[in-house]
Design a protein around this ligand. Structure first.
Ligand code: SF4
Length: 172
């Protein structure tokens, strides 16, 4: 092969960065674990179904094992009794992982300002994106996926995500 022709490899070689390649893959293949406890979970079902079609964003491979997932979607009211279960699921997810709080209940407890209801999942796990609404529309959930994609695009892949600034109520 005559390599003296400098244009020979123009269409065959792409120069890029490791972060760009890995984040491109991550961005296009988020695997959600849905912790759905109430009405907002129905909105997520609509988001995943054909009309809104979350697979357009590469996030349709819903997992029912936290060990297979990298996107924790909490959709619904979370009681104090459920809080340790949610925390355990979060802990079982491998890094890197991201968390979305869908709706008023997951974000703040919603109108359940009472002795049984966790006043926002960020009391126990770090949240990356909050989705407003009671319930939010599927477009809001899709927007959260896009926000996560934008966020992870900026993250270095060879370092663990830094959660050291977060200390939840169930952390020792
Ligand atoms: S935010 Fe509203 S729609 Fe969502 S779980 Fe709470 S009460 Fe239901």
């Amino acid at each position: 092969m005559d390599l003296s022709n400098s244009h020979l490899l123009d269409d065959a070689v792409v120069c890029t960065k490791v972060d760009a390649v890995i984040n491109w893959g991550r961005q296009s293949s988020l695997w959600p674990f849905v912790f759905g406890t109430a009405c907002c979970a129905i909105e997520f079902m609509a988001t995943a179904a054909s009309r809104y079609d979350i697979s357009r964003f590469g996030a349709e491979v819903l997992r029912f094992s936290p060990r297979h997932a990298d996107l924790l979607v909490v959709a619904g009211t979370v009681s104090y009794k459920q809080a340790p279960i949610l925390k355990q699921i979060y802990d079982q997810m491998p890094e890197p992982k991201w968390v979305v709080a869908v709706g008023a209940c997951a974000s703040t407890g919603g109108f359940y300002d009472n002795y049984t209801t966790l006043q926002g999942i960020d009391e126990i796990v770090p949240v990356d994106v909050y989705v407003a609404g009671c319930p939010p529309r599927p477009e809001g959930i899709l927007d959260a996926v896009v926000q996560i994609q934008k966020q992870l695009w900026r993250e270095p892949t060879l370092k663990l995500r830094d959660h050291s600034g977060f200390k939840g109520k169930l952390d020792e």
